[in-house]
Design a protein around this ligand. Structure first.
Ligand code: UD1
Ligand code: CA
Length: 448
């Protein structure tokens, strides 16, 4: 089976500079979502028709697809014509629109089965909805499928029809190749409607049928940002249910947002306000949230993160992040570490069992195991021109309010006195004191 995905439309109703099919549902563009769905349905070759801001669309699609360009946007029938050179007569062709992101591969597989079984030249996927406004309607004559009429072309007595065209069809290559040149633009929109191909195929003496799905939600077309939000909501519900059924607890699934490439282990607990993005892998028995954003990161089993942001980093098992921590890209936090409130870590490696409990900045640092950061430690990594690294070996104890001016190394077991500004290496097991000695001026307050 080959697929033609139509993504050329301007999407006027979105009121956007971005082509409509690049708008995202749960972090993935609508067109990428449809591409991966048709792939899962067993499609071997996908042709994407681009038009409005076509270059932007072509640049954003990373999957191996073939592009066909529609220079003038003259309707869905015209769009398919732009892709027809990639279709041969003995192909089976799935046509689907890039603005229906909720479609499941199972629905496509069932449509393909029905198409095969009935020996049709075209089978249209329909569904029944409460509010059919805006959709093409399925018209039967004497109980047999006759044609599809678009909203703008409906007669008054056809307005009530609730069976709609989902915009998903399977054609035999031959029937499609023959029907396309016969489509005319004599309609309310002055467009070449793909939907007219069905009537043409019937008048060519071939079989056209309808497969009606009982699950209307998945065929929702996105034409406005309101519908984009509705589609996102529906996809979020579906995905969260899958996670819950596979062993993840969500206290408030409505407020949990999980991207399509994320995986989560069993018995992990998600509090409200959790956002998991990109290629994030969460282990088993983790506790995440409330209000925590994690992107492109790995959390090993039993790690915890609350009220925190973690970007492109690795968190070892049993580590506790937050509340109110910020883990910036390229950080690796070891097992059973604690990174507490108002601690920022950037581009640093931290060994197992190390603790930075409060108010600390660790940037461009290599930190060993079992290190203790006193409250208010700052690695001074930037001299105004260049970034430098701080090296802190195992079992180091850093007193509160220490500045570690990089490049600098604190050897194993070293101590720094509270309030020190460390600019020279500290040897193994030494105590570095780098601050003014205290002097007391007796009676200073009461003197004349
Ligand atoms: C279309 C169907 C309608 C169906 C509905 C389902 C037609 C004529 N109508 O209506 O029967 O109920 O989808 O959601 O097919 N596109 C192009 N080039 C064009 C025009 C559109 O590539 O010249 C693409 C758009 O980017 C979009 C898709 O085709 O992804 C559908 O176009 P749209 O204008 O949204 O059609 P609808 O009015 O929703
Ligand atoms: Ca549409």
């Amino acid at each position: 089976m080959k697929a033609i995905i139509l993504a050329g439309g301007a999407g006027t109703r979105m009121k956007s500079h971005l082509p409509k099919c690049l708008h995202k549902v749960l972090g993935q563009s609508m067109v990428d979502t449809v591409i991966s769905t048709v792939k899962n349905a067993g499609v071997e070759k996908t042709i994407v028709v681009t038009g409005h801001e076509g270059q932007m669309l072509r640049d954003s699609i990373k999957e191996p697809v073939v592009f066909a360009e529609q220079k003038e946007l003259l309707g869905t029938g015209h769009a398919v014509m732009m892709a027809i050179e990639h279709i041969s007569a003995d192909d089976t062709v799935l046509v689907i629109y890039g603005d229906t992101p909720l479609v499941t591969f199972q629905a496509i597989a069932r449509l393909a089965e029905q198409h095969q079984k009935d020996g049709n030249a075209v089978t249209v996927l329909s569904t029944i909805v409460d509010n059919a406004f805006g959709y093409g309607r399925i018209i039967y004559k004497k109980g047999r499928f006759a044609k599809i009429i678009e909203q703008k072309d409906l007669l008054p007595d056809q307005m009530e029809i609730k069976e709609i065209n989902t915009g998903i069809y399977i054609f035999s290559g031959r029937a499609l190749i023959d029907a396309l040149p016969l489509i005319k633009s004599q309609n309310a929109a002055k467009e070449y409607y793909l939907t007219d191909a069905t009537e043409i195929i019937l008048s060519n003496g071939l079989k056209a049928g309808v497969y009606c799905s009982g699950d209307p939600e998945q065929f929702m077309g996105v034409n406005t940002r309101v519908q984009l939000a509705q589609a996102t909501e529906a996809l979020k519900r579906r995905r969260n249910e899958e996670f819950m059924l596979s062993g993840v607890t969500m206290i408030d699934p409505l407020s949990v947002w999980i991207g399509h490439e994320v995986s989560i282990g069993v018995d992990t607990l998600l509090y409200p306000g959790v956002i998991l993005e990109g290629k994030t892998v969460i282990g088993a028995g983790c506790v995440i949230g409330p209000d925590t954003r994690i992107a492109d990161s790995v959390l090993e089993d039993e790690a915890e993160a609350s009220n925190s942001v973690i970007m492109d980093s690795f968190i070892g098992s049993g580590a506790k992040i937050g509340p109110f921590a910020y883990i910036r890209p390229h950080s690796k936090i070891g097992r059973n570490c604690k990174v507490g409130d108002f601690v920022e870590v950037k581009n640093s490696t931290i060994g197992d069992n190390t603790k930075a409990s409060h108010l600390t900045y660790i940037g461009d640092s290599d930190v060993g195991e079992n290190v203790n950061f006193g409250c208010g430690t700052v690695t001074v990594n930037y001299d105004g021109k260049k970034k430098h690294r701080t090296v802190i070996k195992d079992n180091v104890f850093i007193g509160c309010n220490s500045n570690l001016v990089a490049p600098v190394t604190l050897e194993e077991g070293a101590y720094t006195a509270a309030g020190s500004t460390i600019t020279m290496p500290v040897p193994e097991n030494a105590l570095a004191i780098a601050r003014a000695r205290q002097i007391n001026k007796e009676g200073w307050n009461k003197s004349e």
